[in-house]
Design a protein around this ligand. Structure first.
Ligand code: BGC
Length: 503
């Protein structure tokens, strides 16, 4: 067939038709946000005012390095104080982010540092955050700021006080859901930060991963205040966080009047919501199937439903006819966009357990299939989940940003393929109609991985923690992401040179 005939017959062959200069449409168009995400406590160091720091202090080292014994809160009793020191190295870190092709960045500001005693802000800390944000803006990075990422000021969740200071997100046994004293404090803080930093920031994340912190704090007893099996408190805390978010949403809209990028929007507010794919451990077991569905309902969907519809379903039974339930307009329509943190898949197992009349999915495990790839922490790498998540999450009709996605991979052998495969899945979902505005890789540099200390390496920049200067080395993961940013899509050449993972 002559080239001319081929051109006439098939629009898809246009690219081969000499004169036809119509450029192929790229999936990731100009204006798509590319960046990495960090959390203040994990990268800054010097944080001695947070509930987590009190938790660090409780640590009694076990005998085996690399093993946590029952008295250890953090592996090997490692501390945020020994981190990558972003607090001082932010200028060169922003230089590296720009060199990787990033045009945006998600970072946290630490409430505990800014307000070490209740009601008093530290001007030097605020000034330092201004310097960090200014340095990013001067390099052309747009900013997304997280107000709370797992840690609270010690005065708000004082684990050394039987009443926990202000009571944290869980409040006290007598405070009804949605009325814990911390809510008013967080709303005030959010509004003040909106006014303080609004000229530089349009994208706000109020709370990082409510659905991770709640079970970890009140069910599994892993994080401060380390309560176990307190299902009722977990649900009350969920509503305390929902009201704190909704109040912060209103406060940020009222008080962030600065339009950082000049597009007419001064404050666009979300949470960063951790989403997991839950599949049944045994697909032929109806009880495992039911457990996976219940996990999806309560872990993935519940909190976002609350902040979109305003439903107050205090026992999560799906109806709103129990005492105190209904729809509260003060909670509804409080997301301008949806931030999703995606890391992979878990396998749900029976039984579902009823505590305080609340049906709780209780049990999930890793997929240990040796054919599947896993990160250094044993989590299955499952890029297909990116597409499955977006197919569900687009149902809320909100613009979406991937606010975290990454893998612990100390030798950086698999990170490039991880990035390629997850961005391919993201591109598919976008071509199918998912409205995704940005991708923020977790994380910019190796950091303090909470209870696991400095073992797991999630960084696009590797950090040498033996070197007092905390030298950074750029990874091939960063190269893979940069190649995709520059191409505006995942080309077959990129796939060939960086590989894929878990497809
Ligand atoms: C959290 C991060 C954490 C990452 C890897 C996310 O759920 O937001 O703080 O470092 O997972 O564990």
């Amino acid at each position: 067939m002559s080239k001319l005939v081929a051109c006439l017959l098939s629009a898809s062959l246009l690219a081969a038709c000499g004169e036809d200069k119509e450029p192929r449409t790229k999936t990731f168009k100009a204006g798509f946000e590319w960046g990495s995400a960090t959390a203040a406590y994990q990268v800054e160091g010097g944080n001695t005012q947070a509930d987590f720091y009190l938790w660090e202090q409780r640590c009694e080292p076990g005998d085996e390095v690399g093993e946590r014994d029952s008295s250890e809160t953090f592996i090997d009793c490692q501390s945020n104080l020994d981190g990558p020191n972003f607090w001082e190295k932010y200028e060169s870190d922003w230089d590296q982010a720009v060199a990787m092709g990033h045009n945006s960045a998600r970072l946290g500001i630490e409430w505990a540092k800014i307000e070490p005693t209740q009601g008093t802000y530290d001007p030097a800390v605020l000034a330092h955050y201004h310097a960090i944000l200014d340095a990013a803006r001067a390099r052309g990075l747009d900013l997304m700021v997280t107000l709370q990422h797992f840690t609270l000021p010690a005065w708000a969740n004082d684990i050394d006080d039987p009443n926990l200071g202000l009571g944290g997100w869980g409040g006290s046994d007598t405070t009804p859901a949605g009325q814990a004293p911390i809510i008013a404090e967080f709303v005030r803080f959010a509004g003040d930060m909106g006014e303080e930093f609004g000229e530089d920031v349009d994208l706000w994340v109020t709370i990082n991963e409510p659905m991770v912190i709640l079970p970890a704090c009140y069910l599994a007893g892993l994080l401060p205040p380390a309560r176990s099996l307190e299902v009722g408190r977990t649900l009350r805390a969920l509503y305390n966080m929902a009201y704190a978010h909704a109040g912060a949403y209103d406060a940020l809209h009222a008080r962030d009047l600065g339009d950082a990028d000049g597009d007419g929007d001064t404050a666009l507010v979300s949470v960063a919501h951790h989403w997991r794919i839950f599949d049944p451990f045994d697909p032929s077991s109806p009880l495992d199937v039911e457990a996976a569905a219940r996990f999806d309902e309560v872990f993935n969907r519940f909190f976002i439903d609350v902040l979109t519809s305003g439903k107050v379903d205090l026992n999560a039974d799906g109806d709103l006819d129990d005492p105190g339930e209904g729809v509260d307009v003060a909670l509804a329509d409080r997301l301008d966009w949806l931030g999703l943190n995606y890391y992979g898949r878990k396998l749900a197992k029976a039984p579902l357990v009823t505590f305080d009349d609340i049906l709780v999915p209780f049990y999930f495990v890793e997929n240990e299939d040796p054919e599947r790839p896993h990160n250094d922490m044993g989590w299955e790498v499952y890029p297909q989940g990116m597409e499955r998540m977006l197919a569900e999450a687009r149902g809320w009709g909100l613009p979406i940003r991937i606010t975290e996605n990454g893998m612990a991979d100390a030798d950086d052998a698999e990170r490039p393929g991880f990035i390629v495969s997850h961005l391919k899945a993201l591109a598919h979902a976008m071509r199918d109609g998912a409205d995704v505005r940005g991708y923020y890789h977790w994380t910019l540099m190796d950091n303090f991985e909470w209870l696991d200390g400095y073992g797991p390496r999630f960084g696009l920049l590797q950090v040498d923690f033996d070197d007092p200067a905390r030298t950074r080395t750029r990874t091939r993961g960063a190269d893979a992401m940069q190649a995709i940013i520059e191409a505006g899509e995942v080309t077959s050449a990129i796939e060939e040179s960086f590989g894929t993972l878990g497809e």
